[in-house]
Ligand binder design. Structure first.
Ligand SMILES: C[S@@+](CC[C@H](N)C(=O)[O-])C[C@H]1O[C@@H](n2cnc3c(N)ncnc32)[C@H](O)[C@@H]1O
Ligand SMILES: [Zn+2]
Length: 427
């Protein structure tokens, strides 16, 4: 992949004329979204939009991340009455196409530092939207285009930064170019840092010292949100997630954040997460609790060695239930889910809705880890969840790990309950 830092080829300029000739295609329908043109492998289709990927970086697996972005953008446009999008790393321009076509953006600025993609991006945008006042293509380094827009007081409702690795250097300029109340769609693909294998790197990138935890992929999301919370605070803003999405390919961590002014004395949900290797219990800690961090199973100094702390990280809910509900409704209205369509997307959104319960603490418990520790066969996950809910605990599945449970019930009580459930003969 190109190393594009400090690469400033051109500033914002109008797109050139020139639409690539479209080929008649035989389309193979592999999935609900992806259609591959077998005559031209560079030709793809997402949600009925045909486009060329040329030599640009494009992954069809990322289409779910694009679906989520489009749904949130559209929900936001409906509530505010307008949508201006800055797609800072647009690749072939598929996101920009979709923000225009599906989210009905009023305006999209499609940027990619690589000016060799110009004809490709322009060709894709021209075929989906011929109203040439609605989009502009430019080829600047992301920080440059974001800063220029800020200096011009040209603010956006949604800024999408589809970056590689754990690049956090775009956070501040993106926040400056964002309208108050606007949305920031961020990406991280650094599974080493979220896995706790590069704590000094995560400290540099997001200000979080991340250690290995059994729910590393949730930590990846919390690290990204936490980094944005810290950066927003510098500017006097506060960000909260509308949704957080982990995808195993890559891996890819994506979060859609809303930026606002903080309320006085607001709980910022920004703290530490501890995990006890001895008993498997995990817990969030506030800054006020620093110095008192530990697990109730190992209070003596000598036994605290198995206790691991990561942070500071986002410790609040991963999603906004209001936003996910509206996204789900819109997906149903558009026929993306329901009546047998979009089963995976529907399942994902429903899991996210369950996960957005504010009583749920960070992390999840993998059932096989619990049963291995307790040397037992576990009850079915569904039964365990139902029992927890009947007992008044918050409990949900995790969209990240299929055989895991998120709950505010501690590990000791959960294990006891699971043992009781397997010992009772089921009718
Ligand atoms: C992950 S790809 C984008 C994929 C695209 N958003 C999609 O959904 O298919 C990242 C893109 O960012 C561009 N890029 C990398 N560093 C950049 C930078 N500092 N500023 C602007 N563009 C950059 C690359 O040329 C590449 O096309
Ligand atoms: Zn413990």
């Amino acid at each position: 992949m190109l190393a594009l830092h400090g690469y400033f080829p051109k500033t914002l300029s109008p797109y050139p004329i020139g639409t690539p000739k479209l080929e008649t295609s035989i389309v193979l329908c592999k999935d609900r979204i992806l259609k591959v043109n077998c005559c031209n492998p560079n030709r793809q289709t997402e949600r009925g939009i045909e486009f060329d990927i040329g030599g640009a970086f494009y992954r069809h697996e990322s289409s779910t991340g694009r679906d989520l972005g489009i749904l949130a953008a559209s929900v936001d446009r409906q509530s505010k009455g307008g949508l201006r999008v800055l797609d800072a790393m647009c690749g072939c321009g598929i996101r920009s196409c979709r923000y225009l076509m599906e989210a009905e953006a009023d305006f999209v600025l499609a940027n990619d530092a690589n000016d060799e993609y110009r004809d490709l991006i322009v060709g894709n945008l021209k075929q989906v939207e011929r109203d040439e006042t609605r989009w502009v293509v430019c080829h600047s380094e992301a920080n440059r285009v974001l800063t220029e827009r800020y200096l011009q007081r040209d603010f956006f409702d949604l800024i999408d930064i589809d970056s590689f690795g754990s690049e956090s250097m775009f956070l501040r300029s993106a926040m400056l170019a964002l309208r108050l109340g606007g949305l920031l769609y961020l990406t991280n693909t650094d599974g080493y840092s979220s896995g706790g294998h590069r704590p000094r790197h995560s400290l540099d990138a997001y200000g979080a010292f991340v250690r290995p935890l059994p729910f590393a992929n949730e930590i990846g999301l919390r690290m990204l949100i936490g980094g944005a919370v810290r950066e927003a605070a510098v500017l006097g803003y506060h960000v909260t997630p509308l949704f957080s999405y982990y995808a195993y390919h890559g891996p890819v961590f994506r979060v859609m954040l809303r930026m606002n002014r903080p309320k006085i004395l607001e709980n910022r949900d920004y703290g530490f997460i501890g995990y006890c290797n001895r008993c498997g219990h995990s817990q969030a800690f506030s800054w006020e609790e620093l110095g008192k961090i530990g697990c109730s199973c190992c209070n003596s100094e000598g036994s605290r060695q198995g206790f691991v702390v990561s942070g500071p990280l986002w410790i609040g809910p991963l999603h906004s239930s209001d936003c996910i509900t509206q996204m789900l409704d819109l997906a149903a209205e558009w026929g993306w889910v329901g009546n047998g369509a979009g089963v995976e997307l529907e399942k994902l959104l429903k899991h996210m809705l369950d996960e957005s319960d504010p009583r749920l603490p960070p992390g999840y418990i993998k059932l096989d880890e619990m049963t291995r520790r307790a040397k037992m066969n576990g009850p079915p996950l569904r039964m365990l969840m139902r029992t927890l809910q009947e007992m008044g605990y918050a409990a949900s599945r995790s969209h990240i790990a299929s055989s895991a449970i998120k709950t505010d019930c501690g590990m000791a009580v959960l294990t006891k309950l699971a043992k009781e459930l397997v010992s009772v003969p089921q009718s």
